[in-house]
Design a protein around this ligand. Sequence first.
Ligand SMILES: [Zn+2]
Ligand SMILES: [Zn+2]
Ligand SMILES: [Zn+2]
Length: 95
Amino acid sequence: MPAECRHVDQVRNVTPQTPEGCEECLKSGDTWVQLRECLVCGHIGCCDSSKNKHATQHFHATRHPVMRSYRSGDDWAWCYVDEQYLRPVPQPRAA
Ligand SMILES: [Zn+2]
Ligand SMILES: [Zn+2]
Ligand SMILES: [Zn+2]
């Protein structure tokens, strides 16, 4: 097992900012393959199979480390710092 991801502490109870798709691709009129939802701020970005990779760009721009698959039925997230999957999707800690 890989080391436990500590970035789950940053997970918040987020609302998708652009539930209809990747925020940047919607602005530029581009398309995407799959979507990721940032669990820190609710940014929706396209995955690394998409040509623009906006979820990864979002990580580099904001250092928000944990993003989940934004697809119904999927129950996993990805930590960009540890480069590991998180299953099930980490939940916000109770305040
Ligand atoms: Zn982590
Ligand atoms: Zn995109
Ligand atoms: Zn974010």
